[in-house]
Design a protein around this ligand. Structure first.
Ligand code: BES
Ligand code: MG
Ligand code: ZN
Length: 494
């Protein structure tokens, strides 16, 4: 799939379909470059109320055997922002794919670009490429092949170089996002800890990253006892993978820690059947935090970002056998704190706790972890964003800036110290879950906070956004790839 930026005239471009953006206020805010005939047709459709310019509304204007113009609604001008642009671009792509179009152009006129050409082109190509993602490697039949071969971004601005660079960068980032989506979408009988270890080794070789793998023995030697405890019920060997990207001299690294439970059965507190089905369904996605951090460091390396990054992936299955860890077990963490296990299904915070305190040795400027940590995060924010917590105001603000630049939304939840009492244990320093109803997502954050002493830390609970059942904007059912664009934007600003 080729995306190119071009200055050629809307009428001349050598494609089957041309999308023309139309605000509700049309012809106000329409480009002066639009051919009069096209303007007239759109006006006519609007007068007849066949088309109103509402966000993502489409109206075809037949032109010739070779070309169709599609007026693409972008809503009200005052509501327009890069989020809307992404939605419009993915609709255009979906529509073109459904129509089996081979090539189309999208007129990214000055009103859509607003102030920043690079950002607009980036939003265009990221959302377009993301909406073309398919996961059909496991299908042996009915693989519908893509017709679409070429997309042209028609520009009014004469800065083609800036646009081409933005396209190139987006392609790199989307490659990494696709890697993440594949890892999350692949089933748990394929993606187990050793599969991710092998992938990490391959990527490390390709992009000259340093890669260290701690297996069962090293995990024991390093007192990563919480990670070990979670892994006991599984025949698969756990691992702690450390990837290091060195893109700058004399800068402390940003450390990215990911939860990598390749299957979460719940352990002895086995996941029940609730409501519409088994809660265990889709627990292959419980390694999305690790997949996110893996994809982010890969993207940083692809883009040769001017910063240092360490990705720490805490990999294990959460299963059941005769050796599985139990409720009432007390385990001494890597940090030295003792933890009473009160729920074997609250395993993510355990593997993360050890990975976080282990990461102190990298002297991080910031440490950020991502995890599909709590079902409660969906109750807190639904499915349109992730929950953010942390102990450093500046870091949280920086992440919020990246969230608004990329449209990958974050919502901050409070770590009020009074909630520490919810984790009081009568036999150990703390327990891993509170039994009563309460602020489950916050409690998980409070738990992690005990293991990041002396570090500027943020926690992303991505359980609400890492996968989706429905196709939504540029994400199809399955893994959304949430977080890569957010963290790459954050790293670019370090
Ligand atoms: N992996 C789950 C969280 C989850 C739930 C992710 C739904 C994606 C979709 C996590 O390990 C878990 O089981 N959390 C428990 C915590 C509880 C036992 C304190 C939960 O959220 O119910
Ligand atoms: Mg669990
Ligand atoms: Zn889990």
């Amino acid at each position: 799939m080729k995306i190119i930026a071009s200055l050629s005239n809307v009428l001349d471009s050598n494609v089957e379909v041309v999308y023309v953006p139309v605000f509700e206020e049309f012809p106000k805010y329409a480009s002066k470059e639009l051919p009069e005939k096209v303007v007239a047709k759109i006006k006519e459709a609007m007068n007849d109320k066949k088309f109103e310019g509402k966000l993502k509304q489409c109206y075809s204007v037949y032109w010739s055997d070779k070309k169709t113009f599609i007026a693409m609604g972008v809503g009200k001008k005052e509501d327009y922002n890069s989020d809307k642009l992404r939605q419009v671009c993915s609709s255009a792509t979906r529509c073109a794919v459904n129509k089996k179009v081979k090539s189309y152009a999208f007129f990214l006129d000055g009103n859509l670009v607003d102030v920043n050409l690079e950002k607009a082109v980036q939003s265009f190509s990221e959302s377009t490429l993301l909406s073309l993602y398919k996961f059909n490697v496991l299908k042996t039949k009915d693989k519908n092949n893509e017709n679409l071969k070429e997309i042209v971004i028609l520009l009014e601005h004469k800065k083609l170089e800036v646009a081409s660079k933005a396209i190139k960068e987006s392609q790199e980032v989307v490659e990494s996002i696709s890697r993440m989506r594949d890892l999350v979408n692949l089933p748990p009988n394929i993606v187990n800890p050793s599969y991710i270890v092998n992938e990490a080794k391959k990527v490390a070789k390709k992009y000259k990253l340093k890669c260290t793998v701690l297996g069962r023995k090293e995990i024991e030697k390093n007192n990563l006892n919480l990670l070990k405890a979670v892994s006991l019920g599984s025949d698969e060997e756990p691992a702690l993978v450390v990837l290091e990207y060195n893109g700058a001299k004399n800068k402390k690294p940003v450390v990215l820690v990911g939860k990598g439970i390749t299957y979460d059965s719940g352990g002895l507190n086995i996941k029940p059947y609730i409501g519409r089905g088994p809660a265990m369904r889709n627990m292959k996605t419980d390694m999305a935090g690790s997949a996110l951090m893996f994809a982010t460091i890969e993207a940083a390396a692809r883009l040769r970002l001017d910063c240092n990054v360490v990705a720490v992936l805490a990999l294990s299955e959460n299963m059941i056998n005769g050796r599985a860890y139990k409720c009432d077990d007390v385990v001494k963490s890597h940090a030295g704190l003792t933890v009473e296990i009160t729920n074997t299904d609250a395993e993510g915070r355990l593997v993360l706790a050890d990975a976080l305190s282990y990461s102190k040795k990298f002297s991080p400027s910031y440490i950020i972890n991502a995890a599909t940590l709590t079902g409660a995060s969906m109750l807190a924010v639904g499915y349109m964003g992730a929950c953010l917590m942390g102990n450093d105001k500046e870091l949280l603000e920086k992440l919020q800036i990246s969230a608004s630049c990329t449209g990958e939304r974050l919502w901050e939840l409070p770590l009020w110290e009074e909630y520490n009492e919810l984790l009081d244990s009568s036999v150990a320093d703390l327990k891993n879950s509170h039994e009563a109803a309460g602020p489950g997502t916050v409690v998980a954050g409070m738990f992690l906070q005990n293991f990041v002493e002396g570090m500027k830390w943020a926690h992303l609970d991505i359980a609400s956004v890492s996968t989706t059942e429905k196709d939504r904007h540029f994400t199809k059912s399955g893994s959304t790839g949430f977080g890569v664009r957010l963290l790459v934007d954050f790293l670019k600003k370090q």
